[in-house]
Design a protein around this ligand. Sequence first.
Ligand SMILES: C[S@@+](CC[C@H](N)C(=O)[O-])C[C@H]1O[C@@H](n2cnc3c(N)ncnc32)[C@H](O)[C@@H]1O
Length: 238
Amino acid sequence: MANSRLYHFWGGLTEALRTGRPQNEIRHGHEPLFETLYADPARLKEFLRAMTGVSHGANMEIARRFPWRQYSTYVDIGTAQGDLVLQIAEANPHLKGTGFDLPVVEPIFEEYVSKSPAVDRITFQKGDFFMGELPKADVILMGHILHDWGLDDKRMLIGKAYEALPPGGALIVYEALIDDKREKNAFELLMSLNMLIETDGGFDFTRADCQEWMREAGFRETRVERLIGPDSMVVAIK
Ligand SMILES: C[S@@+](CC[C@H](N)C(=O)[O-])C[C@H]1O[C@@H](n2cnc3c(N)ncnc32)[C@H](O)[C@@H]1O
């Protein structure tokens, strides 16, 4: 994906900085990113597979490191191929997991998880996180979701996660989180520029930003853990 899409679009960086406008497939149109990107089946699959490539290491860390014993169900919001759902299910035989994403993603998710020994404990739920409530579960995960959207949508998604969780439930947000002074994490800052090139209002954010939005939504406890590579997770307890 870096080769066939992003390299070329980064040629528009100056234009993006001058105008604040995306420089990818949606540069000249008015259709939203995912509708445009997913209109071509080959590009849809390339994007979802690339998400697995980007997230696989962090997914394995979350599957092993989070205290899953206290919980029974989880849902991964914007699950793509479902690698996180699969890694958690394989490492924790007592858990049942759901991948939530747009309907067009379902066949690609089903194909990917069908090879897992944990397939019987994994389901796909189609939906649109801008419409209605999020599925209920003990733990809600969002990987590289919030950085796709502007501040109001970020807050809205965190608020919907709060509503869908039981008391004591956990929200895990994981992304390439930026250090609070925004001066050390070069990759993470470049990822935020990548979101300028790829989306209408998306941007990456600091650990402190994310925890502040979670507290505002009502979460009583938050903590940050470094995962692998540039990714960290913020855990919020309702
Ligand atoms: C940047 S990808 C992240 C994928 C995966 N969570 C990861 O970290 O590798 C964003 C995901 O959000 C999904 N998505 C975008 N808009 C959505 C919507 N309105 N409702 C549900 N899922 C959506 C996309 O299909 C995609 O799988």
